[in-house]
Unconditional design. Sequence first.
Length: 113
Amino acid sequence: MNSFTRLALVFLSAITIIIADAMIKRISAGRSIVAVMTDPLMAAICGLYFVQILFAVLIFIFEGELAIYTNLFIVFYGLSGLAVGYVLFHETVTLTQGAGILFGIVGAVLMSL
């Protein structure tokens, strides 16, 4: 498997989890743990987590490196979380947090070289 394919799998893995996490945030607002855990969408959320596990398995079957995978996953997940948080939940980022994001992106690029 070439580097681009592995990178695409890492990206899809992160996107899958951020979608599941956003769904959890959406169904959790103002509800009890029992109400959230018995919400019909929880089955779809669990399915998304399972799909992410399959992406990780594929990465490792094709000899992806754990350190690289986790670093890239965190960056893709963080950027996706920022975008989803901003668009769907109107969340914001401070200047210091923005600097941390930039350092994370630079770190991910350096790790993938």
